[in-house]
Design a protein around this ligand. Sequence first.
Ligand code: HEC
Length: 511
Amino acid sequence: MGMSLQTSQAQAADPTGPDANALYQQHCASCHGADRLGGTGPALLPENMGRLKPKQAAKVIAEGRAATQMIGYKNQIDAAGIQALVDYIFTPLPEIPRWGEAEILASHIQHHPPGSLPDKPKFQADIDNLFIVVELGDHHATLLDGDSFEPIHRFPTRYALHGGPKYAEGGRYVYFASRDGWISKFDTFNLTYVAEVRAGINSRNLAVSHDGRFVMVANYLPHNLVILDAATLKPVKLIEARDLRGNSSRVSAVYTADPRSSFIVALKDVPEVWEISYQIPPPKGFGQWIHDHRDDSGEQNEANHFPIRRILVEDYLDDFFLTQDYSQIAGTARGGEGQVVDLDLGRVVASIDLPGMPHLSSGISWPWNNTTVLATPNIRANSISLFDIETWQPVKEIETLGPGFFMRSHENSPYAWVDVFFGKHSDAMHVIDKQSLEIVKTLRPAPGKTSAHVEFTKDGRYALVSIWDLDGALVIYDAKTLEEIKRLPMKKPSGKYNVHNKLSRSSGTSH
Ligand code: HEC
C-alpha cells in the first residue's frame, strides 16, 4: 500500500540513513496523528513535550511507557531508526495550526438551538438512574436504563473520547470530549446531539460548572483552557496556560469544585495548581492575595470574569484527588512525590509517601474508624494505598494481584471494588471490605480478558463491570451477594457513568 511507496521514496531521498518520516508514518501516525498533532497519543512537537529531553524521548520510544498504550519499539526499529525518529519529532513544524477563538467559532455546529426540542423524555425511565456507557471499541456510547439494565439508545461518538462524559441539568444533557478536541453536547431526553465545537487540537478532558452554565476544556494543544457557554457550546473565554515568568504549559485536567463555584486545574509543565472562579461576578479579590492577571480596577466587566488563583507547589502535580469537601487536593506527578495542597490556605500543607505511582484521580474515600480514608490504586505497584485524610498518614497497603487503575464504591455499599488492570491477572477484580480493609473476594468475570472500571447504580445495589475487549461485555453484579445477574455484550466498554452518582458527587466515584 502507501507504505511501500513511502519506503521507496525514502530510499531515493537518503540511501544512507533511515527515513524518519516513513518510520513515523508506519509505526507512530496511527496514534500520534499523521501531522504529529496528536490522536489517541499526545502531539509530538518540540513545544509540546514539556520537560521531556531528546534522550528521554529515545528511551520512551525504545522501551515504551509503563501502563500506557505507548509500547516499546526496540525490537522493531534499530537504534539509528529511533534516533532518526527523535530528531524528527524534535523538529518544529513549519507552522502549528492556530486554534484561537475564530477557529473554534468556525467549527461550531448547532444541530438544535436551545429550547427547540421537547422537555419530556422519549422513553420511560428514572433519569437519575441512567448510565452512559462509553464503548471505545467502535466509538459509540450506550444510554442504559439503570433499573431494567436495558439499553435505551446506542449512538456514535467522536473519535477516541477521553476523560469521562459530564452531566448537567439533572441528566438531561451530557457533554463528551474527544482527544482531538471535539466537544459534543447530547440531549438524553431527545436522544440527539444538540451542539458540537472543536475547542482544541489535542484535548484532555472537560468539566461542567455545577450550575450548568459553563463548560471548561483542558487542552494539551494549544496550551490553554477554553470556557464555553454550556447552552450553545460557543466560546466565552480562552485562558492561556502560563506561569508568572511566561513559561507555557500543557493543561492536564480540569475539575469542578461545586461548593467553591470554581474549576480546579492541573498543569503538566509548570509547578502550579489553579483555581478559576466561575461565579459571575467573581468573589471580590479572588486570586489577588497570591497573584492574578486581571487589572484590579474592581470593575465588573467581562475581562475580569474567571479570575485565576495560582497556588505554587513544590513539584508538578498533574494527577490528583479532591477531598469530598473540596478543601484539599492530594496530587502527584508521574513518579514524583505526593503533596497535599490546601485550597483555602493556598499552599502545600503535607507530603505523602506514594512510591507506587498512584492513580489518584480515581481514588475514593469513605468513613473508617472515626476518620476518613483515601484509597488509591497504584500503576507501578501490586497494591492499594490507604491514607487517613485527616493526618495524611498511611493506614495500610492492601496487596493485589497486579497494578490497578480504577477504584469505586458507593455510600450504601460495604465494599470497594478495584480492578487489576495490568499484568497477567488483568481479568481479576478485587472486592475489599471497607471496614476490615481486607480483600473478601476476587472475581473473574471473563477469564483471560481484562475486567475494569466499576460503577454502581444510584442506590448502590448493583455494580457494573466492563470487560475491556472488542468482544466485551457489561457484567452486572448484585453488590451485596456479589452474584452476577446479567451480561450485556458490548464493544470494548470503558467507563460508565451514573447520573445520580456523578451529579451528587458520590464519594465512591471520581470527579
Ligand atoms: C498505540 C498508540 C501509540 C503508538 C502506535 C505510538 N504511541 Fe507514542 N504514545 C502513546 C501514548 C498514549 C502516549 C502517552 C503516554 C503517557 O500517558 O505518558 C505516548 C507517548 C509518547 C512519547 C512521550 C511524549 C511526552 O510528551 O511525554 C513519545 C516521545 C512517543 N510516544 C513517541 C512515539 C513514536 C516515535 C512512535 C512510533 C515509533 C509512537 N510513539 C507510537 C501512544 C502511541
